[in-house]
Design a protein around this ligand. Structure first.
Ligand code: VG1
Ligand code: CO
Length: 542
């Protein structure tokens, strides 16, 4: 088979962000753009000769073409075996599982996750290492360095590989092994959760609705919820992956999963509702008439995980990203386990999980997961919730009430200002950063500032430091305001303002936006968000 060596030159801006490289689809479709980045991944990890790599993605527009290009490049760069999900599909957690189960050297995931898909939307490429987790910063830095030096890449001249069904093919000297994208993942879930108890729960009339948002979890949820657990057909809605996710944002939050929200808040709502994102690593949890915020969900799962067989021995520790509410800290303290605070992005949990320091982790952005893989995992969170509900025989609303009564409620909301002028957003952060040393002791919104800094993370496992990870202002009485700029957007800047406040005594009901009014005003007073963004209100409040 003929290998072509193609001369190329560096393309500016191929710097991986919070979760891989994300750009407009049309940017990825430009000549050499995908090829340059993929060759730089290969170079950044020290070459791929003789290695086994996993390949798959969320099936968004351009993924089919990209997968064929990547396979031809893998073959030309000496990869021994490519393990590919049939149809090019693999959810992010399933890819992580496959890398681990097959002892592969890593994997490439084609997804821009919760970002919309289509010719005018977003595309993304992410590299996961041999532990199944997102490449750590040392590796993404090496990949970025390679993108700035690249002079050529290699690609074989060949017909498209047939990825339509499981089977083995050859591409030059490389084996292309096409696997069922769902089976191994579903088997893994059976080892963690009490499927008999879940079948009994569902068989007893407990009604579930899962919204796959036209994204990758459709086939996974159908297999697990409908086929293996016996939920009636139609439990999974929007269950066929589409290249443009039906034109929506495959982002499971009250704004983008409005349809599910409405269903769950209606009179005859099912008992349990959930949704996942484009690549299947996020989750949204609802009960009849109640939405469970992601930070609360992490706390509840940490408090109850031992009720599921996979976690019956208890948890080694917990971890949350810095902006995530401190509700889980309270649970960890009560249980006497360690609780780590890491920067935003799942890659920072990898070392803690590998070292056995933590079992469960989560982010406020609807990501929850455990040491079963090295990614956040949407369906895993759904199944753990169902397992907890089956054992405790309570409704979601009752579980929440009992949780808050015991631990207090950390009110929480994230306000996103999207597509903001990048200069203005950076200006806001710069100005606030400059004021940080003077803030402690000042009174803001009737509260004393206890601490104000820019978060720097010292990884206790490998000793590395990651600085510039968001500004945090801690207020007396359990209040906290965090500001950072998103690292997953593809247009302008997205300012994220994370608001938290603690209530120790009930009653705990109400709208978080009301409960956080003081924090919202304080954030405005401190950062001048309206002026910098030109907006009166956030584009999305979750
Ligand atoms: C966002 C979230 C972060 C998450 C990341 C990837 O990053 O805030 O918590 O890990 O998306 O999630 P940022 O930099 O835009 O705030 V996913 O589901 O896109 O892989
Ligand atoms: Co995702």
């Amino acid at each position: 088979m003929r290998i072509e060596t193609v001369p190329t030159t560096p393309i500016a801006g191929q710097k991986p962000g919070t979760s891989g490289l994300r750009k407009k689809t049309r940017v990825f479709m430009k000549r050499h753009y995908l090829e340059n980045f993929v060759a730089s991944i290969f170079a950044g990890i020290g070459g791929v000769r003789g290695r086994t790599l996993v390949l798959g993605g969320d099936g968004r527009y351009f993924a089919k073409e990209a997968a064929q290009v990547i396979l031809r490049m893998m073959a030309a760069h000496g990869v021994a075996r490519a393990i590919v999900g049939a149809g090019g599909l693999l959810s992010t957690p399933a890819a992580s599982n496959l890398i681990r189960q097959r002892a592969a050297d890593g994997g490439i995931i084609l997804s821009a996750s919760h970002n919309p898909g289509g010719p005018d939307a977003d595309f993304g490429v992410k590299f996961n290492a041999a532990n199944g987790g997102p490449a750590p910063e040392s590796v993404t830095d090496a990949i970025f360095a390679a993108t700035r030096e690249i002079e050529e890449y290699r690609i074989v001249v060949a017909e498209d590989a047939d990825l339509s069904a499981p089977g083995e093919h050859r591409l030059g000297d490389m084996v292309v092994e096409v696997v069922d994208p769902v089976a191994d993942y579903a088997d893994l879930m059976e080892t963690l959760f009490d499927f008999d108890a879940l079948r009994a729960l569902i068989g007893g009339g407990f009604r579930v609705r899962f919204d796959a948002m036209h994204a990758v979890t459709g086939p996974y949820a159908r297999e697990i919820l409908e086929n293996r657990l016996g939920a009636p057909e139609g439990t999974v809605v929007n269950g066929t992956p589409r290249e443009d996710f039906g034109g929506g944002h495959p982002d499971p939050n009250p704004v983008w999963a409005r349809e599910l929200m409405d269903t769950m808040l209606a009179e005859d709502a099912p008992d349990f509702g959930a949704a996942s994102d484009g690549d299947g690593d996020r989750n949204m949890i609802l009960g009849r008439g109640v939405y469970v915020g992601p930070s609360d969900s992490l706390a509840v799962l940490t408090a109850n995980a031992h009720l599921a067989p996979g976690y019956a021995d208890g948890l080694a520790g917990a971890a949350r990203s810095m902006p995530t509410s401190r509700a889980v800290d309270r649970v960890a303290a009560a249980k006497g386990i360690d609780c780590y605070e890491t920067p935003t992005g799942w890659k920072f949990f990898g070392n803690l999980l590998d070292a056995g320091r933590v079992t469960i982790c989560g982010e406020e952005s609807a990501g929850t997961g455990s040491d079963h893989v090295r990614e956040k995992d949407g369906l895993w969170a759904v199944l753990l919730w169902l397992n907890v509900l089956a054992v405790r025989e309570r409704s979601v609303a009752e579980i929440m009430e009992e949780h808050w009564a015991r631990y207090g409620r950390n009110w929480y909301s994230r306000h996103d200002y999207e597509g903001v002028d990048a200069e203005s957003a950076e200006g806001l952060m710069r100005a606030l950063r400059a004021r940080l040393p003077d803030l402690p002791g000042e009174t803001v919104a009737g509260r004393t500032v206890e601490a104000a800094d820019e978060f720097s993370y010292h990884d206790p496992v490998d000793g590395s430091t990651s600085s510039g990870q968001g500004i945090r202002i801690v207020l007396g009485g359990g209040g906290r305001i965090v500001l950072r700029l998103s690292g997953t957007g593809t247009e302008g800047a997205t300012l994220r303002v994370y608001l938290e406040d603690l209530q120790e005594e009930g009653p705990f009901g109400g709208d978080p936006q009301d409960a956080l009014a003081g924090m919202i005003a304080a954030a405005e007073g401190l950062a001048g968000i309206r002026e910098a963004t030109g907006r009166d209100a956030p584009d999305v409040a979750t």
